[in-house]
Design a protein around this ligand. Structure first.
Ligand code: NAP
Length: 269
């Protein structure tokens, strides 16, 4: 038994993506959505131990608070300060963060982007932004600029990597043409908002919106119509799920089957 812990937990694609993989790998496993209120998180983690769960995913708002209930952390989870995957090893629960590998794998395998030597802009300063900044740093980006509405949060993210600085949220749209890659790691766009309404995009630029539902946000649509390359967040979602599955099963993940399941599920919403 595995599952995803979050609150609220509406329309999670994770059960569908993982069940597609379990079928393909012939694993007799079940993956369930577990809506867990913040004040019940400690009980839920005790429950995972008691029930002998293979592992779990953790999503908002538990990615940071769950750390205090775990026995150890991977280096990515420790440096980012957020966990999205729990692995049970006997009586011990280990926290991992597969968003780092998920974003790097999406860039390399789906987008075909080599970011070494690139100038990158990351919008937002939450767990996803931290994972993206770590992945960009590890992939050799020349410069990473972070912008968020709370400057102190953005400074916390810039501290994670070298060659990283903060840029002002109020004027960030003006700076967009300077960057090879722009990543939206805020929820702005889920409800048709365009957080870079005043920005101009051009050929040679790449825009990645981590939002996967809707699969195409106004930001990605506008960037594409200006000649830039644009992607939504479904690719990263599948790759981070694949990295979790590798941790739990020790097997190579069937990415294509997981991708098809994710695309079908999101198109049904
Ligand atoms: P988070 O930890 O809550 O961080 C969200 C960030 O966005 C924070 O910096 C927050 O600022 C900012 N933000 C929220 N509302 C805003 C607004 N109205 N105006 C300006 N900034 C705003 O969330 P997260 O886990 O990093 O996730 C961020 C997004 O990435 C979500 O849409 C999530 O679904 C997506 N995501 C996708 C994947 C994937 O696999 N595709 C993986 C992880 C996350 P404050 O701190 O000031 O609120």
């Amino acid at each position: 038994m595995l599952g995803v812990l979050g609150w609220p937990l509406e329309h999670s694609l994770s059960p569908v993506i993982h069940h597609a993989a379990f079928r393909r790998l012939d694993l007799d496993w079940v993956y369930l959505p577990f809506p867990v209120e913040p004040e019940r998180l400690a009980d839920a983690i005790t429950g995972l131990r008691a029930l002998g769960a293979i592992g779990a995913n953790v999503t908002m708002p538990h990615k940071e608070t769950v750390i205090r209930y775990l026995d150890d952390l991977s280096s990515d989870a420790r440096s980012i300060g957020a966990v999205n995957t729990i692995q049970r090893l006997g009586d011990r629960l280990i926290g991992h963060n597969t968003d780092v590998d998920g974003f790097a794998a999406f860039l390399a395998d789906d987008a075909g982007l080599d970011v070494s030597g690139s100038r990158c802009l990351v919008l937002g300063a939450g767990g996803a932004a931290r994972a993206v900044v770590r992945a960009l740093d590890m992939s050799g980006a020349a410069q990473v600029c972070v912008s968020a509405r709370r400057p102190d949060q953005a400074d916390g993210v810039t501290a994670l990597a070298g060659r990283t600085e903060r840029t002002d949220w109020a004027t960030v749209a003006e700076r967009v043409p300077e960057f090879d890659l722009v990543v939206n790691a805020t929820p702005l766009g889920m409800n048709e908002e365009d957080l870079l309404l005043d920005a101009t995009f051009g050929e040679g630029q790449a825009i990645v919106d981590l939002i996967y539902d809707p699969p195409m946000t106004p930001l990605v649509e506008r960037a594409r119509s200006a000649g830039a390359a644009g992607w939504g967040g479904l690719g990263m979602l599948v790759h981070q799920a694949a990295a979790s599955l590798r941790i739990w099963s020790g097997q190579e993940a069937p990415i294509e089957a997981m991708s098809v399941a994710a695309m079908h599920a999101v198109s049904r919403h």
